[in-house]
Write a protein that binds this ligand. Sequence first.
Ligand code: SF4
Length: 91
Amino acid sequence: MNDGYWRDEAACKDWGAIYAAAGGDPFFPDEARGDERARLVKIAKEICDTCPVWARCATARKRNDVGIWAGQEWTANPLNKHARSIRKEAA
Ligand code: SF4
């Protein structure tokens, strides 16, 4: 079974248009801070509120640890945060 098929029905499936209209990525606003981050997250949550596959997305979220999934914001778990810091130090 292709686990990704449900994404064809997702309210966020046209990510490119969403990105262009928002002026950034509402679903993964990693680089945004403060008011700009809040603005992007608000856009993502408003899109999620209209999504017909919200429940599937909430299940998929369990395999991912960052970003806006199913209308909720998830931050990196401590292990991934640690891994990111190691990568930055190595760069
Ligand atoms: S609930 Fe939100 S993040 Fe999940 S598929 Fe729908 S629009 Fe995308």
